[in-house]
Design a protein around this ligand. Structure first.
Ligand code: ADP
Ligand code: MG
Length: 702
């Protein structure tokens, strides 16, 4: 019954009708009563206060007056008519002006009537007037479902022109709420509401539209944010539970010769405590007989590779094959090289498969994969091509996951009858709140400690005026035998311009640091891959002193002797990108530096970004600031949940506390009622199902 009510078409609200209903649906996606109830105000105006006309000044955002019209006159010519009226209260009088609907207002407004007026004061030729004020009779004013805090609704230009602006939407909301009493169903159990001191749903919806006080509004918003997040978390955690229950996983219960041999003979350093903890978490997952879906996050240089390698050795010990995937050929190659370093003395068969692998090699790799001789395959996307068949893929490690879409990952699963364990590595630290929302169905392991003995990178912000000093600094460092990166921004819309900047910068540096004394490499995205690799290689081998490039070197590349990172036009980079770039240095024993070069004029956001970079090397801290500055961005596409992450009220950068509470509540519910069968949760389940209707079911592939 009440469900039908909320599903009723919006056209049946008084004053809407089919035509305007269509407009509302096109412009704001509002089709039903339920949609309109959830179309929340984006701000509120204080209507508790009546102003005296004598107190009005042009700085006031809005004023509410009570008085009478004493006089009206149509002015201007036939083409530019306007209506001017005098409005008076006991303190004085003020002009009201209409440029539109002149004859209409002239007809309906009366001079013997008391009106409540609401308008924005406007300064015009040294006088203050009120243009297009809202006027209501005392009766109209009293009839409305209303409160002193008056809601302002988001609308669009087009709707505005069709008299469906914020003001009219307020009327529609008010009319709808008058009919909705007793028909808005609760969707959280009494237990949860009591435990988290949540307002009941109907009252929250009434209050968010027409709050009686600031406190009531706060409580209503809390309740509705909580609800919004609760259902996302419930969906994610349910998905996780289902995956865990349903997905039988390979059980890696042996710890055998590969891991032991590696640990005893080939591990050249002591693992950090964080690495040990994370490995323990992974081992536990692998031994449970359920499929592992784990996100391994750790700042650049925190030592994720070794964790991946040791996890793969566990798979080998149990007779399974592994895949290690990277988003670019350079990275895949580096992973392959570091495997060579670590595993060359062990009896492990591994290979690299990328777009440039020769067909003869490719054929051999395919064969060995199918008969099981090949134990670890490192590669790019080439690895998920249909031709690539494993005998028994047990663990897939995916590096830098954000470039690897959900759909691509899904392809991996098809390589087995049973899905392999999955370890996703990312060097982009994600603030906890965001991780809980985006990756809520994955388990997260965090390496929050760098290997010992690292010298923290020193970061300096220099304005253009320090350029000569920069070159002097570069000379000194090269003289000490160091290598230097110089990075230029590349932003897609202005690719041409950036390329010009890069070329220009290269020429300039080439002149400043001429051969034969100095050697300079250049790499950019438009180069053919073989040329790019060649230049890259020269720098990696230490044959060149300076690498001038765009952000292609952003991810993963490891050149320990490169200890200076110079970022040109640093104000054009986002924080996380700056941090990623900086992570290219600080990998060797020498003191490393990052120099942020910017123009003299910086926005306050840019200044905060530079300042943050200079203050901290902590990727998590930087990610928090980034989130505050930019907001969570577009979440669709990366989201794992089946629910659309369309947050109407929540601000992920500010509502961390509520996210935590909502997740805790959702987890608690699933702990008590894993199959969601208890009577007290019936309305919750019903609501969840209704929300999911027609949405892509990512659980099938994620
Ligand atoms: P990332 O997390 O960025 O992928 P890597 O795995 O590439 O980091 O590790 C960075 C460097 O630190 C590598 O040279 C690696 O050998 C080294 N490393 C990793 N763990 C340790 C450790 N516990 N002690 C000393 N060095 C380590
Ligand atoms: Mg790495």
């Amino acid at each position: 019954m009440s469900d039908n009510f909320l599903d009723t078409s919006i056209e049946f609200i008084k004053g809407v009708g089919p035509k305007r209903a269509e407009l509302l649906s096109e412009e704001l996606g509002l089709s039903t009563f339920g949609d309109l109830l959830l179309h929340f105000p984006f701000r509120y105006e204080d209507r508790s206060k009546f102003f005296q006309i004598s107190d009005i000044n042009a700085e006031l955002p809005y004023v509410q007056l009570k008085g009478q019209i004493t006089f009206m006159e149509e002015m201007g010519d036939r083409y530019r008519k306007r209506l001017v009226a005098k409005f008076r209260d006991e303190s004085g009088s003020i002009d009201l002006v209409w440029f539109k609907g002149v004859s209409y207002f002239k007809k309906v407004l009366k001079t013997d009537q008391t009106y409540i007026l609401f308008a924005k004061p406007n300064a015009y030729k040294g006088q203050i007037n009120l243009v297009h004020p809202e006027l209501q009779t005392i009766e109209e004013y009293k009839q409305q479902v209303r409160s002193n805090i008056s809601p302002v609704y988001p609308s669009t230009e087009k709707l505005n022109k069709q008299s469906l602006g914020g003001r009219q939407l307020q009327k529609l909301s008010s009319a709808l709420l008058a009919k909705a009493k007793g028909r808005i169903k609760e969707n959280l159990s009494k237990e949860i509401r009591e435990h988290y001191a949540l307002m009941d749903r109907e009252r929250a919806i009434f209050s968010i539209h027409f709050p009686n006080s600031a406190d009531e509004l706060k409580a209503a918003r809390f309740r509705l944010k909580f609800e919004e997040l609760f259902f996302i978390q419930l969906d994610l955690l349910k998905l996780k539970l289902v995956k865990l229950e349903a997905s039988k996983g390979f059980e890696f219960d042996k710890v055998g010769e590969h891991l032991n041999e590696f640990y005893e003979k080939h591990l050249s350093f002591e693992l950090t405590n964080a690495q040990k903890r994370v490995l323990k978490e992974i081992r536990k997952d692998l031994g449970r007989g359920k499929q592992m879906n784990r996100l391994l996050q750790g700042d650049v240089g925190s030592g994720k590779t070794i964790v991946a390698v040791m996890s793969m050795l566990i798979a080998l010990d149990n007779g399974y094959q592994c895949a290690l995937m990277a988003p670019t050929e350079i990275l895949a190659t580096q992973h392959y090289e570091s495997l060579k370093e670590m595993l060359s003395e062990m009896n492990v068969e591994f290979a690299l498969l990328t777009g440039s692998t020769s067909s003869a090699d490719r054929k051999e790799i395919h064969e060995k994969l199918e008969d099981g001789r090949m134990q670890i395959l490192v590669g790019t996307h080439a690895l998920i091509e249909n031709k690539v068949k494993f005998k028994n893929l047990g663990l897939a490690v995916i590096d830098e996951q954000h470039r690897f879409g959900v759909a691509q990952r899904a392809k991996l699963w098809k390589k087995n009858t049973q899905p392999p364990h999955v370890l996703i590595m990312t060097a982009t630290p994600i603030p906890r709140t965001l991780a809980m929302t985006l990756y809520g169905d994955l388990d997260v392991s965090t390496i929050d400690e760098l290997p010992p003995g690292r010298k923290p990178i020193k970061t300096i912000h220099w304005y253009e005026g320090k350029r000569l000093r920069l070159y002097g600094f570069m000379e000194e460092e090269i003289a000490k035998g160091r290598q230097i990166y110089v990075v230029y921004p590349l932003i897609e819309e202005s690719e041409k311009l950036d390329f010009a900047n890069l070329e220009e910068g290269y020429q300039f540096i080439f002149k400043k640091f001429p051969p034969p004394k100095y050697k300079v490499s250049i790499v950019h995205g438009k180069m053919p891959p073989d040329k790019k690799n060649f230049e890259m290689e020269r720098f990696v081998k230490g044959e060149t002193d300076i690498m001038v490039s765009t952000t292609v070197i952003e991810v993963g590349v490891n050149v320990p002797n490169a200890s200076i990172m110079i970022i040109e036009s640093a104000e054009r980079f986002g924080l996380s990108q700056l941090h990623q770039l900086r992570g290219r240095v600080g990998r060797g024993a020498e003191q490393s530096y990052c120099v942020l070069m910017t123009g003299n004029k910086l926005s306050s956001d840019s200044r905060l970004r530079m300042q943050t970079m200079c203050e901290t090397n902590d990727g998590f801290r930087i990610a928090e600031v980034d989130l505050q500055l930019r907001g969570p961005g577009d979440l669709t596409g990366t989201q794992q949940s089946g629910l659309p992450i369309n947050l109407k009220l929540t601000d992920l950068s500010r509502d961390g506390k509520i996210i935590k509470l909502a997740r805790e509540a959702a987890q608690g519910l699933l702990d008590r009622d894993p199959e969601l069968k208890m009577e007290e949760n019936a309305s919750t389940i019903q609501y969840l199902k209704a929300q999911k209707k027609g949405k892509t079911d990512w659980s099938r592939i994620a």
